[in-house]
Design a protein around this ligand. Structure first.
Ligand code: SF4
Length: 270
């Protein structure tokens, strides 16, 4: 990925980062750990001061939540992954117990979202509700934007690619907010469709289609959502390999788009 202009930050204090995991599968923080260039070690050593994240931090219990509270007095970046469950005052998603009180994701997101310099909605659940808000949505999940009632930077994906969040945070540190599309997604990562750069595009153009999974031709007739899905997966690929979903014979299921998953089903058609 692009070498971030970090030399501009010589000897400056790193900006604190709160990475809040609300109602989701925590797939985005796992995805971050798979970052390769730069990797998570570089990200944590050189770019941000990760003060709070329940998967990666050493502190536990009330001491951990106090790190969250202490960060609120500084200038910081907030990343939220997961949707916000609002049913029963948010009690379906409790992130901490502090002074005998349950702290919900709903409360923590609001508390930090009001004060953060930048807010990033990481992954499709945070960006649009995603799988957490899929029908029948038993915990009444909503997106971060709906909950905070303000526009955040959206990095949808199920999960989001680590380059998308490290690249966006690098841009925030060095230059401020990157150019966004009408949804609030950085154009550098979401400016093109999967279809635009698909390795099977020549088959599509020749109208040569696969009839079942495992065939090498275009999967449009199997339900591929590449033509309507914006992300640079065919270029950046995943897990420090040359692979990506279509490369391993699965149609694009449109996970970076608003409406995923309900609006994208069935994922495969015969
Ligand atoms: S496999 Fe999907 S993204 Fe690739 S060319 Fe066919 S329809 Fe487009």
């Amino acid at each position: 990925m692009v070498n971030l202009a970090l030399e501009t930050r010589n000897n400056k204090e790193k900006i604190p980062l709160i990475w809040l995991e609300t109602c989701g599968c925590s797939g985005n923080i796992i995805s971050l750990m798979d970052a390769d260039d730069p990797d998570i070690v570089y990200f944590l050593r050189e770019m941000v001061d990760l003060t709070y994240n329940n998967s990666l931090m050493a502190a536990e219990g009330e001491a951990a939540y106090e790190k969250f509270l202490n960060t609120l007095d500084k200038e910081f970046i907030l990343v939220i992954e997961g949707a916000i469950s609002i049913k029963d005052e948010g009690l379906y998603n409790v992130i901490a117990r502090y002074k005998d009180r349950l702290i919900t994701g709903m409360e923590a997101a609001l508390k930090a979202g009001e004060k953060a310099k930048y807010v990033i909605s990481m992954g499709t659940c945070a960006s649009y509700g995603g799988i957490s808000a899929a029908a029948p949505n038993p915990s009444q999940c909503i997106s971060v934007n709906e909950h905070l009632n303000k526009k955040t930077i959206l990095l949808p994906g199920c999960p989001g690619h680590p380059d998308w969040v490290i690249g966006t945070i690098g841009h925030l540190i060095a230059f401020g907010i990157p150019e966004l599309d009408e949804e609030g997604r950085p154009i550098i990562f979401y400016g093109i469709t999967i279809h635009d750069n698909c390795t099977r595009r020549s088959y599509f153009d020749e109208r040569v289609f696969a009839s079942k999974l495992g065939e090498k031709e275009c999967m449009f007739r199997l339900g591929c959502r590449g033509p309507i899905t914006k992300a640079d997966c065919p270029i950046i690929r995943w897990n420090d390999t040359d692979n990506w979903p279509i490369g391993v014979n699965t149609p694009c299921i449109g996970c970076t788009q608003r409406g995923f998953p309900d609006g994208m089903e069935p994922f495969v058609r015969y």
